[in-house]
Design a protein around this ligand. Sequence first.
Ligand code: MN
Length: 290
Amino acid sequence: MKIVMFDEYRLGILDGDAVVDVSMAVNSQFRGTAYAMNEFIREFEKIGPTLESLIGGGDRYPVATVKLGAPIPSPWHLFAAPLNYPAHIDEMAGSKIVGSAFQQRSARELGFFLKPMGSICGPQDAIRLPDLPGRTFHHEIELGAVIGRRAAGLSDGQGAGVVFGYTCLVDVTLRATEEHSEERVMRKSFETFTPIGPAIVTSDEIPDPASLRLQLWVNEELRQDASAADMVVQVDELIERASNVLPLQPGDVYATGTPSGVGPIKVGDEVRAKIDGVGEMTLPVVRRKW
Ligand code: MN
């Protein structure tokens, strides 16, 4: 099942070229709000039996006529793995920017950082770059894992069981330089620096996330092309480890790290991010207006 949010925080199920409105599946004050998906996921097992009739009776719209938003615009937590692909670790260690201090360190040693909700945008939005002369912004395609239920203190082998689904995301990053080394969190927090979507694909359709291929183009140039199998810490273990720091919540997103091939984006570019079986987004890069 491919679940989206469209127009004003309406919940939809993708059915071919149509989106079926299932907003009524959320039977609380969160219907029609930025938290509708969190609630949908939290209540998913209860909603399940009624979902088929909701889909049968729901209003249908051609996908091309609606505005798709981030499928999960307000996750309680947006976790992100640093340095989780060996070839990306190598390219960063080889750059003057990060330096040799990062060599031999990975998400296994570093754990996670967090991105703010305010950086999230949808699959049909633009990446809006602030005007910072002399600085470079990079694209990072990442597989996003969406958590299905509250989970604390998971042990080995339990992580996969709490995944609700997967989505595609881009972790846009202001690169540090020798002169500028702001906190990582701030460099990744600018508005629109976390495009997510177009849909959450439920985990029953993705039995083996390690089999997924991630690709990102800038204009027509293929910049990133890798298999999720190359992750240093695989999805289930990332989740288990995070759950031993704090309880995970339904709708939490884990950006599982980017493979090699990161590079600059600039105003006028078009970024296309694609994960086979999960989804694809085309994102223009524009100047931020404020
Ligand atoms: Mn990243």
